[in-house]
Design a protein around this ligand. Structure first.
Ligand SMILES: Nc1ncnc2c1ncn2[C@@H]1O[C@H](COP(=O)(O)OP(=O)(O)O)[C@@H](O)[C@H]1O
Ligand SMILES: [Mg+2]
Length: 344
């Protein structure tokens, strides 16, 4: 727990003491428990730097989306949290335990569904998962029950006795995801969980991940899909070329694009210089343009500015036939923070 103002000394006057106690309590209310602290984390493969000086906190019980195109360093970061790789520099602490010095403890907290599922190719999904359930502590009876429940949920039950090698890429991925759903680790990591899945399977997996989070797991999902990041995550970190470029809730990220919200109004009347100046000043607008009776105003926090727009226009004798607001998409957000498209 990190709390603001948690230090005081006894030489303070009693008033200061009370004030500081209030600040302390406020700090506790505002701060959130940190599950994973990534501190100056760098990972190099030979001379190549895959992740460069990453600093990031992931909060307890949140779903955190790590968003970036292929080659950004997502898997490298996740594999280091899961103690598969060691940091070249820096450290990662999982519930206070260092991946460098206390990797055994860290491993007890973390479960990871790998991007590329690996299993014994000769095994059947039901055997792989029952074995996994036993390893993570279920008795035989409960293991069978939980494995069936999760397999049915992911539409895997009918494939239970196929060989892993005969499964489609999507079904292999589901087996990989099933392991984590069975395990319910304190930190559940999903590396591109739905990359090869159809729409129905995607929704099943998203629902399962959300439920896992509601039941108390801290969840990290790596993805290169905007939509997946947005539907799943409370917060998103945008990673590009091994560096963190943006961090926040989806709406915070959208609000960081200057003039990213566009208020669009169909009007009757003329926007003269005076009206235009009032609009820009009152709304703190970045830009205004008028075209064919359509007024566009580029602002931040557009949702708070629709009523002021209506007031300014009606005071200027301009009739508004229709008004709406467009938020930037997460695609726009990604472009803004990286200067690249996800396909790059
Ligand atoms: N074991 C490795 N050896 C050498 N280079 C690697 C290795 N793993 C990843 N890389 C390189 O590091 C960069 C980041 O990879 P990765 O973490 O897998 O990105 P992402 O998961 O975002 O697609 C890529 O350029 C990749 O080629
Ligand atoms: Mg990857």
């Amino acid at each position: 727990m990190i709390s603001a103002g948690s230090e005081f000394n006894f030489r303070d006057s009693s008033q200061d003491y009370i004030l500081k106690s209030y600040i302390d309590i406020l700090g506790l209310l505002l701060s959130r428990d940190v599950a994973i602290e990534i501190i100056n984390f760098t990972k190099k493969f030979g001379n190549f730097t895959a992740v460069k000086n990453l600093n990031l906190n992931i909060y307890d019980k949140e779903i955190f989306g790590l968003l970036g195109p292929n080659g950004s360093g997502k898997s490298t970061t996740l594999l280091t949290i899961a103690t598969v790789y060691k940091p070249t520099e820096g450290d990662i602490r999982v519930y206070g335990k260092s991946v460098v010095r206390e990797s055994d403890e860290v491993r007890r907290y973390v479960g990871i569904a790998f991007q590329e599922p690996k299993a014994m190719w000769i095994d059947k999904p039901i055997e792989i998962l029952t074995w996994h359930a036993r390893v993570v502590g279920y008795g035989l009876f409960d293991a069978r029950r939980v494995v069936r429940e999760i397999m049915e949920r992911l539409d895997l039950w009918e494939y239970r006795n196929k060989m892993f090698s005969e499964l489609s890429g999507g079904s292999r991925k589901k087996v990989e995801i099933a392991k984590i759903l069975i395990q319910r680790p304190r930190v559940a990591i999903f590396d591109e969980p739905t990359a090869q899945l159809d729409v129905i399977a995607k929704h099943n997996v998203w629902r399962a991940i959300k439920e896992l989070s509601q039941e108390g797991s801290t969840v990290i999902v790596a993805t290169n899909e905007m939509y997946e990041a947005e539907v799943l995550s409370q917060r998103i970190g945008i990673i590009y070329k091994g560096e963190l470029r943006g961090l926040g809730t989806p709406s915070e990220l959208k609000d960081k694009i200057p003039g990213g919200d566009i208020i669009e109004a169909e009007i009757e009347g003329v926007i003269n210089e005076n009206v235009s100046r009032i609009l820009i000043e009152k709304l703190e607008a970045y830009r205004i343009d008028v075209n064919n009776g359509k007024l566009r105003i580029y602002v931040n926090k557009g949702e708070e500015k629709i009523v002021p727009v209506l007031n300014i226009l009606s005071n200027s004798g301009i009739k508004v036939k229709m008004i709406n607001m467009k938020e930037p998409s997460l695609d726009d957000v990604f472009m803004y923070f990286t200067g690249a498209r996800l396909g790059d």
